[in-house]
Each structure stands twice: as C-alpha cells, then as structure tokens.
Design a protein around this ligand. Sequence first.
Ligand code: ADP
Length: 260
Amino acid sequence: MLEVKDVCVSYGNRKILNKVNLRAHEGEIVGIVGPNGSGKTTFLKSLAKYLIPDAGSIYINNVNITEMDNREIAKNVAVVSQIVSIDFDFTARDIVLMGRTPYIKGSEKPEDIMIAEDAMRKTNTYEFKDRMVTELSGGELQRVIIARALAQTPKILLLDEPTSHLDIAHQVEILNLVREAADSGLTVIAVIHDLNLAAHYCDSICMLKSGEIVCTGQPETVFTEENIRNTFNIPVEVNTLKSTNSLYIMPLLKRVSKAG
Ligand code: ADP
C-alpha cells in the first residue's frame, strides 16, 4: 500500500505542494487530475523519490521511502513519463530488458528474460520485440515503455499522462492495459488529463489545484460540476452514460457562429 502524509514540496523557495495526503491500495488506479501547473508531475516525482519533500512522509507497505536506496525504490516503483522519443538504436526487447536493471548483477539471467518477455506478451509488444524503437509508432513505443515498467515487477506504477499524443483508440488500448495490470495487483497512480477517461478507468480521483487537494474519492464524488468549475475554471455538465454507467463530462461551450 502507498501512503502519503502531509507532503510539501518546493522548488527553491517556491512552495509547489502543500500538505498532500493520499492512500492507494493494491489493485487500485488513482487518477491525479488538475489544471496545468497544479503540481501533478511534481507529486509523481516525489513518489519516485526524484524530489525530496520539505515536510511529510511517503510510505510503501509501511516503509518510509527515505529508508530505501535507489535500487530498492526501483524494485518498488516504476515510472512511465510523458511520451518520449528514444533516439538510440535499441530494439524493443533491449528497452524492456532495461526494466530488470535493479535486479541484475553482472549479466541478465534466464529469469530476467522470462519476466521481460512476459511483460511484452501482456502489452502486445512481443510480436515486434526485434524492431528498433526508432521505427515504432507512438502507441507501440508507449506500450514498450509500459512493458519496461512492468518488467521492473514494481508494486507501484506511476504514469504521467500516459495517453497524451495518442488517438482515442490507442488511449483506450493503453488504459485497458493499465487496468489489467492493476487488476492483477499493481497500485497505479496516473496523471490523466482527460476527465472522461479518468472517470471510467480510475477507482479514485485526487483533484489538485495550486498544489493542494481539492477533493479525493470515487469519481462520482470528485467529478461534480461544482468541483470541476472551481478547479478548472470552466463550466461543465456532468451526466451518466446509460450504456456503461460511466460519468460523462462536457464543457459548456458558448456557441460560436460559423462564417458562411
Ligand atoms: P503539472 O504537472 O500539474 O502541470 P508541475 O508539477 O509540472 O505541474 O509544475 C508545478 C509548478 O512547478 C509549475 O508552476 C512549474 O512551473 C513549477 N516547476 C516544475 N518543475 C520545476 C523545476 N524543475 N524548477 C522550478 N519550478 C518548477
């Protein structure tokens, strides 16, 4: 279990996160939502120990992450950043095997290869394992990066806008994959910009504004018209889709007249 208690983070003397609290259990996807600049990425960085909080504590299964060295952190926490291009000539398999780095002393063992290949099968990347990553599409590359994270066999997966730049079908493909990983016991903390996808895939939502939590809880509790308007500064209408019982959030746009 991940537990975050009263975490405050600053860059220099500029306070970015103020007393952020969060609990996430095995098998849960927690969505982090909030306007640009509200501190979502900073929060993920503190969970991965890339940044050290000024105050507060972060526990993984009751162990304070300050007591874990980098190798121990990498065995527990995997990070998938916003889509990046990889400009080196690695095959997809090379990239996924890198996920085993925290476990490898010397060269990889058959077990490492087995785990990496299992991660590739789960992410439907095995069929192009020998292709160069420079030749993959955005969606394929993102699946390889997720396979690398799964090959780390972490307890917690941190995702920073994992679907930005992907078309809707590939967004759904990635989030289905993440849901499957969570259903098999992983704890997932994901920054997701699309509130509709966040509502559909996340078990709970943590809404941030100016580095503070506005509301946490189930999507139905957090995604009210009032919370969204107050946090994102835009009026919305929230409905429930009949077919899936998911929330459906639509900005109330002014009608603009079309020329001609
Ligand atoms: P979000 O992910 O919600 O868009 P970020 O966590 O990236 O927000 O940024 C929160 C605030 O911290 C922003 O005002 C941003 O400009 C600032 N910030 C982010 N990274 C740094 C940094 N390395 N140094 C100084 N300020 C930063």
